[in-house]
Write a protein that binds this ligand. Structure first.
Ligand SMILES: Cc1cc2nc3c(=O)[nH]c(=O)nc-3n(C[C@H](O)[C@H](O)[C@H](O)COP(=O)(O)OP(=O)(O)OC[C@H]3O[C@@H](n4cnc5c(N)ncnc54)[C@H](O)[C@@H]3O)c2cc1C
Length: 477
Protein backbone atom coordinates (compact mmCIF):
# COMPACT_ATOMS: atom_id res chain seq x y z
CA UNK A 1 0.00 0.00 0.00
CA UNK A 2 1.35 3.42 -0.89
CA UNK A 3 0.65 6.43 1.29
CA UNK A 4 -1.88 7.86 -1.10
CA UNK A 5 -3.53 4.77 -2.50
CA UNK A 6 -6.84 5.68 -4.15
CA UNK A 7 -9.62 3.12 -4.37
CA UNK A 8 -12.84 3.65 -6.31
CA UNK A 9 -16.17 2.27 -5.05
CA UNK A 10 -19.79 2.74 -5.96
CA UNK A 11 -20.63 3.69 -2.38
CA UNK A 12 -18.61 4.84 0.63
CA UNK A 13 -20.23 4.55 4.04
CA UNK A 14 -18.71 6.70 6.77
CA UNK A 15 -19.33 5.06 10.17
CA UNK A 16 -20.12 1.41 10.89
CA UNK A 17 -22.77 1.73 13.57
CA UNK A 18 -26.03 -0.16 13.10
CA UNK A 19 -27.05 2.39 10.49
CA UNK A 20 -23.88 2.29 8.40
CA UNK A 21 -23.96 -1.51 8.54
CA UNK A 22 -27.51 -1.53 7.17
CA UNK A 23 -26.78 0.95 4.39
CA UNK A 24 -23.87 -1.27 3.33
CA UNK A 25 -26.07 -4.36 3.53
CA UNK A 26 -28.58 -2.84 1.12
CA UNK A 27 -26.07 -1.39 -1.34
CA UNK A 28 -24.18 -4.69 -1.43
CA UNK A 29 -27.44 -6.59 -1.96
CA UNK A 30 -28.02 -4.31 -4.95
CA UNK A 31 -24.62 -5.31 -6.34
CA UNK A 32 -22.87 -1.99 -5.63
CA UNK A 33 -19.25 -2.11 -4.48
CA UNK A 34 -19.18 -0.64 -0.98
CA UNK A 35 -16.51 0.60 1.40
CA UNK A 36 -17.21 1.07 5.10
CA UNK A 37 -14.99 3.36 7.19
CA UNK A 38 -14.86 2.92 10.96
CA UNK A 39 -12.65 4.71 13.49
CA UNK A 40 -13.63 2.68 16.59
CA UNK A 41 -15.69 -0.53 16.67
CA UNK A 42 -17.86 -2.01 13.95
CA UNK A 43 -21.33 -2.02 15.48
CA UNK A 44 -21.10 1.56 16.74
CA UNK A 45 -22.36 3.23 19.88
CA UNK A 46 -25.46 1.05 19.96
CA UNK A 47 -23.62 -2.24 20.30
CA UNK A 48 -20.98 -1.25 22.84
CA UNK A 49 -22.05 1.85 24.79
CA UNK A 50 -25.77 2.37 24.30
CA UNK A 51 -28.76 0.12 23.45
CA UNK A 52 -27.22 -3.30 23.99
CA UNK A 53 -25.24 -2.83 27.22
CA UNK A 54 -27.96 -0.67 28.77
CA UNK A 55 -30.63 -3.27 28.05
CA UNK A 56 -28.36 -6.07 29.25
CA UNK A 57 -28.03 -4.18 32.55
CA UNK A 58 -31.74 -3.48 32.76
CA UNK A 59 -33.16 -6.88 31.84
CA UNK A 60 -32.41 -8.53 35.21
CA UNK A 61 -33.64 -5.41 36.99
CA UNK A 62 -37.00 -5.53 35.23
CA UNK A 63 -37.33 -9.31 35.44
CA UNK A 64 -36.78 -9.17 39.22
CA UNK A 65 -39.26 -6.31 39.61
CA UNK A 66 -41.84 -8.28 37.57
CA UNK A 67 -41.21 -11.42 39.62
CA UNK A 68 -41.69 -9.47 42.85
CA UNK A 69 -45.17 -8.55 41.66
CA UNK A 70 -46.28 -12.18 41.27
CA UNK A 71 -47.64 -13.87 44.41
CA UNK A 72 -45.93 -17.18 45.02
CA UNK A 73 -42.79 -16.01 43.28
CA UNK A 74 -42.24 -12.77 45.18
CA UNK A 75 -40.81 -14.54 48.22
CA UNK A 76 -38.07 -16.21 46.17
CA UNK A 77 -36.66 -12.99 44.72
CA UNK A 78 -36.28 -10.74 47.72
CA UNK A 79 -32.49 -10.72 47.72
CA UNK A 80 -30.22 -8.23 45.98
CA UNK A 81 -29.21 -8.66 42.37
CA UNK A 82 -25.92 -10.42 41.80
CA UNK A 83 -24.26 -7.29 40.43
CA UNK A 84 -21.12 -9.13 39.37
CA UNK A 85 -23.16 -11.57 37.29
CA UNK A 86 -25.20 -8.75 35.76
CA UNK A 87 -22.06 -6.87 34.74
CA UNK A 88 -20.58 -10.09 33.31
CA UNK A 89 -23.81 -10.67 31.34
CA UNK A 90 -23.49 -7.11 29.99
CA UNK A 91 -19.83 -7.75 29.09
CA UNK A 92 -20.91 -10.84 27.17
CA UNK A 93 -23.45 -8.83 25.19
CA UNK A 94 -20.80 -6.31 24.15
CA UNK A 95 -18.39 -9.13 23.21
CA UNK A 96 -16.06 -7.53 25.77
CA UNK A 97 -15.86 -4.54 23.43
CA UNK A 98 -14.40 -6.54 20.55
CA UNK A 99 -15.85 -6.26 17.08
CA UNK A 100 -14.38 -9.33 15.34
CA UNK A 101 -17.83 -10.84 14.80
CA UNK A 102 -19.26 -7.62 13.37
CA UNK A 103 -16.23 -7.18 11.09
CA UNK A 104 -16.64 -10.76 9.86
CA UNK A 105 -20.26 -10.04 9.05
CA UNK A 106 -19.25 -7.02 6.95
CA UNK A 107 -16.81 -9.27 5.16
CA UNK A 108 -19.54 -11.86 4.58
CA UNK A 109 -21.69 -9.34 2.69
CA UNK A 110 -18.72 -8.35 0.55
CA UNK A 111 -18.19 -4.85 1.92
CA UNK A 112 -14.60 -3.62 2.39
CA UNK A 113 -13.82 -2.35 5.89
CA UNK A 114 -11.30 0.47 6.17
CA UNK A 115 -10.29 1.15 9.76
CA UNK A 116 -9.39 4.73 10.58
CA UNK A 117 -10.81 8.21 10.82
CA UNK A 118 -12.68 9.20 7.68
CA UNK A 119 -12.97 12.76 6.41
CA UNK A 120 -14.56 14.16 3.30
CA UNK A 121 -11.84 15.83 1.27
CA UNK A 122 -14.08 17.07 -1.52
CA UNK A 123 -17.16 15.89 -3.39
CA UNK A 124 -17.51 12.05 -3.50
CA UNK A 125 -14.14 11.64 -1.76
CA UNK A 126 -13.31 10.29 1.69
CA UNK A 127 -9.76 10.19 3.03
CA UNK A 128 -9.11 7.60 5.71
CA UNK A 129 -6.30 8.10 8.21
CA UNK A 130 -5.38 4.89 10.03
CA UNK A 131 -3.99 4.80 13.57
CA UNK A 132 -0.48 4.28 12.13
CA UNK A 133 -0.84 7.48 10.10
CA UNK A 134 -1.30 5.66 6.78
CA UNK A 135 -3.78 7.25 4.38
CA UNK A 136 -6.14 6.00 1.71
CA UNK A 137 -8.40 7.97 -0.55
CA UNK A 138 -11.76 6.38 -1.29
CA UNK A 139 -13.87 7.75 -4.11
CA UNK A 140 -17.57 7.11 -4.57
CA UNK A 141 -19.16 6.83 -8.02
CA UNK A 142 -22.71 7.08 -6.68
CA UNK A 143 -22.93 8.01 -3.01
CA UNK A 144 -21.23 8.80 0.25
CA UNK A 145 -23.46 7.94 3.21
CA UNK A 146 -22.52 9.78 6.42
CA UNK A 147 -23.57 7.58 9.36
CA UNK A 148 -21.30 8.98 12.06
CA UNK A 149 -23.87 9.14 14.87
CA UNK A 150 -23.63 11.33 17.94
CA UNK A 151 -21.71 11.75 21.14
CA UNK A 152 -22.61 13.04 24.58
CA UNK A 153 -22.80 16.75 25.34
CA UNK A 154 -21.35 17.90 28.65
CA UNK A 155 -22.42 21.22 30.17
CA UNK A 156 -20.06 24.13 30.34
CA UNK A 157 -19.18 23.89 34.05
CA UNK A 158 -15.80 25.14 35.30
CA UNK A 159 -13.42 22.33 36.24
CA UNK A 160 -15.71 19.59 34.94
CA UNK A 161 -12.93 17.76 33.09
CA UNK A 162 -11.01 17.21 36.36
CA UNK A 163 -14.08 15.61 37.93
CA UNK A 164 -13.92 12.90 35.23
CA UNK A 165 -17.71 12.74 34.92
CA UNK A 166 -19.47 9.74 33.48
CA UNK A 167 -21.16 10.02 30.12
CA UNK A 168 -23.45 7.34 28.70
CA UNK A 169 -20.29 5.44 27.72
CA UNK A 170 -19.16 5.03 31.34
CA UNK A 171 -22.68 4.40 32.57
CA UNK A 172 -23.07 1.47 30.19
CA UNK A 173 -19.56 0.02 30.51
CA UNK A 174 -18.59 0.51 34.19
CA UNK A 175 -17.09 -2.63 35.73
CA UNK A 176 -18.03 -1.82 39.34
CA UNK A 177 -21.11 -0.42 41.06
CA UNK A 178 -20.50 3.04 42.50
CA UNK A 179 -21.71 3.44 46.08
CA UNK A 180 -23.36 6.77 45.32
CA UNK A 181 -24.22 8.05 41.85
CA UNK A 182 -25.59 11.45 40.85
CA UNK A 183 -27.45 11.38 37.53
CA UNK A 184 -27.91 14.75 35.86
CA UNK A 185 -30.74 14.84 33.32
CA UNK A 186 -34.29 13.60 33.02
CA UNK A 187 -34.41 12.00 29.58
CA UNK A 188 -34.27 8.41 28.45
CA UNK A 189 -30.59 7.78 29.19
CA UNK A 190 -30.86 9.39 32.64
CA UNK A 191 -33.97 7.47 33.70
CA UNK A 192 -32.77 4.13 32.33
CA UNK A 193 -29.35 4.41 33.93
CA UNK A 194 -30.80 5.66 37.24
CA UNK A 195 -33.10 2.60 37.23
CA UNK A 196 -30.25 0.21 36.46
CA UNK A 197 -27.66 1.50 38.93
CA UNK A 198 -30.13 2.01 41.78
CA UNK A 199 -31.19 -1.63 41.41
CA UNK A 200 -27.57 -2.76 41.16
CA UNK A 201 -26.80 -1.23 44.53
CA UNK A 202 -25.92 2.45 44.03
CA UNK A 203 -27.62 5.17 46.01
CA UNK A 204 -28.83 7.29 43.08
CA UNK A 205 -29.73 10.98 43.12
CA UNK A 206 -31.36 12.31 39.96
CA UNK A 207 -31.11 16.04 39.29
CA UNK A 208 -33.56 17.31 36.67
CA UNK A 209 -33.64 20.91 35.55
CA UNK A 210 -37.23 20.78 34.33
CA UNK A 211 -40.53 19.92 35.97
CA UNK A 212 -40.23 16.17 35.54
CA UNK A 213 -38.73 13.15 33.80
CA UNK A 214 -39.18 12.05 30.18
CA UNK A 215 -40.56 15.41 29.08
CA UNK A 216 -40.83 14.40 25.44
CA UNK A 217 -43.54 11.87 26.34
CA UNK A 218 -47.02 12.32 27.81
CA UNK A 219 -46.59 13.87 31.28
CA UNK A 220 -47.92 10.77 33.08
CA UNK A 221 -44.98 8.72 31.77
CA UNK A 222 -42.42 10.79 33.66
CA UNK A 223 -44.67 10.98 36.73
CA UNK A 224 -45.06 7.20 37.00
CA UNK A 225 -41.37 6.56 36.37
CA UNK A 226 -40.33 9.20 38.95
CA UNK A 227 -42.73 7.68 41.48
CA UNK A 228 -41.27 4.20 40.92
CA UNK A 229 -37.67 5.41 41.06
CA UNK A 230 -38.43 7.09 44.37
CA UNK A 231 -40.06 3.91 45.69
CA UNK A 232 -36.95 2.02 44.61
CA UNK A 233 -34.91 4.30 46.87
CA UNK A 234 -33.60 6.92 44.43
CA UNK A 235 -33.74 10.59 45.31
CA UNK A 236 -35.37 12.41 42.39
CA UNK A 237 -35.06 16.20 42.55
CA UNK A 238 -36.87 18.19 39.88
CA UNK A 239 -36.43 21.89 39.13
CA UNK A 240 -32.79 21.50 40.13
CA UNK A 241 -29.65 22.18 38.17
CA UNK A 242 -25.98 21.79 38.92
CA UNK A 243 -24.27 25.02 39.88
CA UNK A 244 -20.81 23.58 40.51
CA UNK A 245 -19.09 20.24 40.68
CA UNK A 246 -15.66 19.27 41.96
CA UNK A 247 -13.80 16.14 43.05
CA UNK A 248 -12.41 16.47 46.57
CA UNK A 249 -10.17 13.60 47.75
CA UNK A 250 -11.88 11.30 45.28
CA UNK A 251 -15.43 12.30 46.27
CA UNK A 252 -17.64 14.18 43.80
CA UNK A 253 -19.17 17.26 45.41
CA UNK A 254 -22.14 18.79 43.64
CA UNK A 255 -23.72 22.09 44.61
CA UNK A 256 -27.16 22.73 43.12
CA UNK A 257 -28.95 25.97 42.35
CA UNK A 258 -31.23 25.12 45.28
CA UNK A 259 -28.23 25.42 47.59
CA UNK A 260 -27.98 21.65 48.22
CA UNK A 261 -24.58 19.96 48.54
CA UNK A 262 -24.52 16.35 47.41
CA UNK A 263 -21.59 13.96 47.73
CA UNK A 264 -21.16 10.99 45.42
CA UNK A 265 -18.64 8.54 44.04
CA UNK A 266 -19.53 9.24 40.41
CA UNK A 267 -21.61 11.73 38.47
CA UNK A 268 -23.30 10.91 35.17
CA UNK A 269 -24.23 13.70 32.79
CA UNK A 270 -27.01 12.56 30.50
CA UNK A 271 -27.63 16.01 29.14
CA UNK A 272 -28.00 15.58 25.41
CA UNK A 273 -26.27 14.47 22.24
CA UNK A 274 -24.48 16.30 19.43
CA UNK A 275 -23.70 15.09 15.92
CA UNK A 276 -20.27 13.62 15.24
CA UNK A 277 -19.68 15.94 12.29
CA UNK A 278 -17.08 18.27 13.77
CA UNK A 279 -14.14 16.56 12.11
CA UNK A 280 -15.47 14.86 8.99
CA UNK A 281 -14.48 17.51 6.43
CA UNK A 282 -17.91 19.09 5.95
CA UNK A 283 -16.17 22.40 5.22
CA UNK A 284 -14.62 20.86 2.08
CA UNK A 285 -18.10 20.55 0.56
CA UNK A 286 -19.53 23.85 1.78
CA UNK A 287 -21.32 22.55 4.90
CA UNK A 288 -20.94 23.64 8.53
CA UNK A 289 -18.67 21.39 10.64
CA UNK A 290 -20.42 20.19 13.78
CA UNK A 291 -23.92 20.61 12.37
CA UNK A 292 -26.73 18.09 12.10
CA UNK A 293 -27.27 17.09 8.47
CA UNK A 294 -30.87 17.65 7.37
CA UNK A 295 -32.08 15.33 4.61
CA UNK A 296 -35.07 14.69 2.36
CA UNK A 297 -37.16 11.55 2.69
CA UNK A 298 -34.69 9.54 0.60
CA UNK A 299 -32.05 10.54 3.20
CA UNK A 300 -30.17 12.66 0.69
CA UNK A 301 -28.76 16.04 1.72
CA UNK A 302 -30.60 18.75 -0.26
CA UNK A 303 -28.48 20.42 -2.92
CA UNK A 304 -26.33 17.33 -3.47
CA UNK A 305 -26.83 14.37 -5.79
CA UNK A 306 -24.35 12.11 -3.95
CA UNK A 307 -24.36 12.93 -0.21
CA UNK A 308 -26.64 11.00 2.16
CA UNK A 309 -26.88 11.37 5.95
CA UNK A 310 -28.49 8.45 7.72
CA UNK A 311 -29.31 7.65 11.36
CA UNK A 312 -28.65 9.84 14.40
CA UNK A 313 -26.57 12.30 12.41
CA UNK A 314 -29.61 13.71 10.55
CA UNK A 315 -31.45 14.38 13.84
CA UNK A 316 -34.76 12.91 12.62
CA UNK A 317 -35.07 10.31 15.39
CA UNK A 318 -32.13 9.28 17.58
CA UNK A 319 -33.08 5.61 17.74
CA UNK A 320 -31.48 2.51 16.31
CA UNK A 321 -34.62 1.00 14.79
CA UNK A 322 -35.50 4.28 13.09
CA UNK A 323 -31.94 4.70 11.80
CA UNK A 324 -31.98 1.15 10.43
CA UNK A 325 -35.30 1.89 8.74
CA UNK A 326 -33.71 4.97 7.15
CA UNK A 327 -30.70 2.84 6.15
CA UNK A 328 -32.93 0.39 4.27
CA UNK A 329 -34.53 3.32 2.45
CA UNK A 330 -31.25 5.12 1.73
CA UNK A 331 -29.75 1.88 0.39
CA UNK A 332 -32.75 1.35 -1.88
CA UNK A 333 -32.67 4.97 -3.06
CA UNK A 334 -28.93 4.86 -3.79
CA UNK A 335 -29.36 1.62 -5.73
CA UNK A 336 -32.37 2.93 -7.68
CA UNK A 337 -30.59 6.13 -8.64
CA UNK A 338 -27.41 4.24 -9.54
CA UNK A 339 -29.36 2.12 -11.99
CA UNK A 340 -31.26 5.09 -13.37
CA UNK A 341 -34.61 3.93 -12.01
CA UNK A 342 -36.75 6.93 -11.04
CA UNK A 343 -37.67 7.05 -7.37
CA UNK A 344 -41.29 6.23 -6.90
CA UNK A 345 -41.83 8.08 -3.67
CA UNK A 346 -45.45 7.07 -3.80
CA UNK A 347 -44.89 3.39 -4.52
CA UNK A 348 -47.04 1.16 -2.35
CA UNK A 349 -44.06 -0.32 -0.50
CA UNK A 350 -42.72 3.13 0.32
CA UNK A 351 -39.30 1.77 -0.49
CA UNK A 352 -37.68 5.12 -1.15
CA UNK A 353 -39.25 7.50 1.34
CA UNK A 354 -38.77 7.51 5.11
CA UNK A 355 -42.28 8.78 5.81
CA UNK A 356 -42.60 7.09 9.22
CA UNK A 357 -40.01 9.53 10.57
CA UNK A 358 -42.68 12.23 10.40
CA UNK A 359 -45.60 10.59 12.15
CA UNK A 360 -44.98 7.11 13.53
CA UNK A 361 -41.69 6.84 15.45
CA UNK A 362 -41.94 4.26 18.26
CA UNK A 363 -39.82 4.34 21.38
CA UNK A 364 -39.55 2.14 24.45
CA UNK A 365 -37.98 3.42 27.67
CA UNK A 366 -36.79 0.36 29.61
CA UNK A 367 -37.46 1.70 33.08
CA UNK A 368 -39.65 0.02 35.69
CA UNK A 369 -42.41 0.62 34.76
CA UNK A 370 -41.66 0.68 31.07
CA UNK A 371 -42.85 3.66 29.05
CA UNK A 372 -43.60 3.16 25.37
CA UNK A 373 -44.98 5.59 22.85
CA UNK A 374 -45.50 6.02 19.14
CA UNK A 375 -46.46 9.07 17.11
CA UNK A 376 -47.48 12.34 18.71
CA UNK A 377 -48.24 13.20 22.31
CA UNK A 378 -51.37 15.24 22.94
CA UNK A 379 -49.32 18.44 23.22
CA UNK A 380 -47.42 17.69 20.00
CA UNK A 381 -50.62 16.87 18.10
CA UNK A 382 -52.26 20.11 19.25
CA UNK A 383 -49.15 22.05 18.35
CA UNK A 384 -49.21 20.48 14.88
CA UNK A 385 -52.74 21.83 14.45
CA UNK A 386 -54.69 18.56 14.56
CA UNK A 387 -58.18 18.56 16.10
CA UNK A 388 -57.56 15.84 18.67
CA UNK A 389 -58.92 14.27 21.82
CA UNK A 390 -56.93 12.34 24.41
CA UNK A 391 -58.50 9.13 25.65
CA UNK A 392 -57.02 7.80 28.90
CA UNK A 393 -57.53 4.54 30.76
CA UNK A 394 -55.77 2.77 33.59
CA UNK A 395 -53.79 -0.22 32.38
CA UNK A 396 -55.31 -2.22 35.24
CA UNK A 397 -58.63 -2.15 33.36
CA UNK A 398 -57.22 -4.80 31.01
CA UNK A 399 -58.07 -8.28 32.25
CA UNK A 400 -54.52 -9.52 31.72
CA UNK A 401 -52.90 -6.75 33.76
CA UNK A 402 -53.78 -8.12 37.18
CA UNK A 403 -52.57 -11.57 36.23
CA UNK A 404 -49.35 -10.13 34.85
CA UNK A 405 -48.60 -8.23 38.04
CA UNK A 406 -50.32 -8.00 41.39
CA UNK A 407 -51.44 -4.38 41.83
CA UNK A 408 -50.49 -3.56 38.23
CA UNK A 409 -49.94 0.19 37.91
CA UNK A 410 -49.88 2.02 34.61
CA UNK A 411 -51.78 4.18 32.20
CA UNK A 412 -52.61 4.29 28.50
CA UNK A 413 -53.50 7.19 26.26
CA UNK A 414 -54.52 7.34 22.65
CA UNK A 415 -54.63 10.66 20.83
CA UNK A 416 -57.52 10.54 18.38
CA UNK A 417 -57.65 12.76 15.33
CA UNK A 418 -61.31 13.79 15.39
CA UNK A 419 -61.40 14.83 11.73
CA UNK A 420 -59.90 11.64 10.31
CA UNK A 421 -60.98 9.25 13.11
CA UNK A 422 -57.52 7.74 13.24
CA UNK A 423 -54.84 7.68 15.94
CA UNK A 424 -52.08 10.28 15.92
CA UNK A 425 -50.30 8.81 18.93
CA UNK A 426 -50.44 6.16 21.62
CA UNK A 427 -48.60 5.91 24.95
CA UNK A 428 -48.52 2.99 27.36
CA UNK A 429 -46.82 3.03 30.75
CA UNK A 430 -46.65 -0.11 32.87
CA UNK A 431 -44.82 -3.40 33.29
CA UNK A 432 -44.37 -5.27 30.01
CA UNK A 433 -45.71 -2.54 27.71
CA UNK A 434 -42.56 -2.50 25.60
CA UNK A 435 -43.87 -5.58 23.81
CA UNK A 436 -47.30 -3.95 23.35
CA UNK A 437 -46.21 -0.84 21.48
CA UNK A 438 -45.91 -2.44 18.08
CA UNK A 439 -49.67 -2.90 17.95
CA UNK A 440 -49.97 0.87 18.33
CA UNK A 441 -47.24 1.45 15.75
CA UNK A 442 -49.28 -0.51 13.22
CA UNK A 443 -52.40 1.49 14.07
CA UNK A 444 -50.61 4.84 13.79
CA UNK A 445 -48.38 4.08 10.78
CA UNK A 446 -51.24 2.32 8.99
CA UNK A 447 -53.69 5.13 9.85
CA UNK A 448 -56.18 2.43 10.73
CA UNK A 449 -59.68 3.93 11.11
CA UNK A 450 -61.06 3.63 14.64
CA UNK A 451 -64.07 1.80 13.22
CA UNK A 452 -61.73 -0.98 12.02
CA UNK A 453 -59.79 -1.12 15.29
CA UNK A 454 -62.91 -2.58 16.94
CA UNK A 455 -62.31 -5.64 14.75
CA UNK A 456 -58.73 -6.11 15.96
CA UNK A 457 -59.76 -8.32 18.86
CA UNK A 458 -57.25 -8.54 21.74
CA UNK A 459 -56.64 -11.99 23.17
CA UNK A 460 -58.06 -12.82 26.59
CA UNK A 461 -56.61 -12.47 29.20
CA UNK A 462 -53.73 -10.28 28.01
CA UNK A 463 -52.62 -6.73 28.76
CA UNK A 464 -53.49 -5.90 25.14
CA UNK A 465 -57.15 -5.83 26.21
CA UNK A 466 -56.34 -2.26 27.14
CA UNK A 467 -57.10 -1.54 23.47
CA UNK A 468 -60.73 -2.49 24.05
CA UNK A 469 -60.92 -0.25 27.11
CA UNK A 470 -59.48 2.66 25.10
CA UNK A 471 -62.03 2.19 22.31
CA UNK A 472 -64.89 1.94 24.82
CA UNK A 473 -63.70 5.08 26.59
CA UNK A 474 -63.61 6.91 23.25
CA UNK A 475 -67.10 5.71 22.31
CA UNK A 476 -68.68 6.47 25.67
CA UNK A 477 -67.38 10.00 26.20
C1 LIG B 1 -27.22 4.95 26.69
C2 LIG B 1 -27.99 4.88 25.40
C3 LIG B 1 -28.95 3.90 25.26
C4 LIG B 1 -29.66 3.81 24.08
N1 LIG B 1 -30.62 2.84 23.98
C5 LIG B 1 -31.32 2.72 22.83
C6 LIG B 1 -32.30 1.69 22.69
O1 LIG B 1 -32.55 0.90 23.60
N2 LIG B 1 -32.97 1.59 21.53
C7 LIG B 1 -32.73 2.47 20.49
O2 LIG B 1 -33.38 2.33 19.45
N3 LIG B 1 -31.80 3.43 20.59
C8 LIG B 1 -31.08 3.59 21.72
N4 LIG B 1 -30.12 4.55 21.82
C9 LIG B 1 -29.81 5.37 20.62
C10 LIG B 1 -28.89 4.57 19.68
O3 LIG B 1 -27.71 4.25 20.35
C11 LIG B 1 -28.58 5.38 18.44
O4 LIG B 1 -29.78 5.82 17.84
C12 LIG B 1 -27.79 4.55 17.43
O5 LIG B 1 -26.57 4.11 17.96
C13 LIG B 1 -27.53 5.36 16.16
O6 LIG B 1 -26.84 4.57 15.24
P1 LIG B 1 -25.85 5.25 14.19
O7 LIG B 1 -25.31 4.13 13.36
O8 LIG B 1 -26.52 6.40 13.53
O9 LIG B 1 -24.69 5.87 15.07
P2 LIG B 1 -23.64 5.19 16.05
O10 LIG B 1 -24.17 3.98 16.68
O11 LIG B 1 -23.19 6.31 16.95
O12 LIG B 1 -22.44 4.75 15.12
C14 LIG B 1 -21.65 5.71 14.44
C15 LIG B 1 -20.33 5.06 14.08
O13 LIG B 1 -19.60 5.96 13.25
C16 LIG B 1 -18.23 5.92 13.65
N5 LIG B 1 -17.60 7.18 13.25
C17 LIG B 1 -17.95 8.42 13.64
N6 LIG B 1 -17.16 9.34 13.04
C18 LIG B 1 -16.32 8.65 12.24
C19 LIG B 1 -15.28 9.03 11.35
N7 LIG B 1 -14.99 10.33 11.14
N8 LIG B 1 -14.60 8.06 10.70
C20 LIG B 1 -14.93 6.75 10.89
N9 LIG B 1 -15.89 6.34 11.71
C21 LIG B 1 -16.59 7.28 12.37
C22 LIG B 1 -18.30 5.75 15.15
O14 LIG B 1 -17.08 5.26 15.66
C23 LIG B 1 -19.45 4.77 15.29
O15 LIG B 1 -19.01 3.44 15.24
C24 LIG B 1 -29.40 4.70 23.00
C25 LIG B 1 -28.43 5.69 23.14
C26 LIG B 1 -27.72 5.79 24.33
C27 LIG B 1 -26.66 6.85 24.45
Amino acid sequence: MTETETIAYDVVVLGAGPVGENVADRTRAAGLSTAVVESELVGGECSYWACIPSKALLRPVIARADARRVPGLRQSVQGPLDAEAVLAHRNYYTSDWHDDGAALWLDSIGADLHRGHGRLTGPRTVTVTASDGGRKVLTARHAVAVCTGTDAVLPDLPGLAEVKPWTSRNATSAQAVPGRLVVVGGGVVATEMATAWQALGSQVTVLVRGKGLLNRMEPFAGELVAEALTEAGADVRTGTSVESVARENGTVVVVTDQGDRIEADEILFATGRRPKTGDIGLDTIGLEPGSWLPVDDSLRVPGSDWLYAVGDVNHRALLTHQGKYQARIAGAAIAARASGVPLLESDPWGAHAATADHHAVPQVVFTDPEAAAVGLSLAEAEQAGYRVRAVDVEMSSASGAGLYADGYRGRARMVVDLNEEILRGVTFVGPGVGELIHSATIAVAGQVPIARLWHAVPSFPTISEVWLRLLEAYRDN
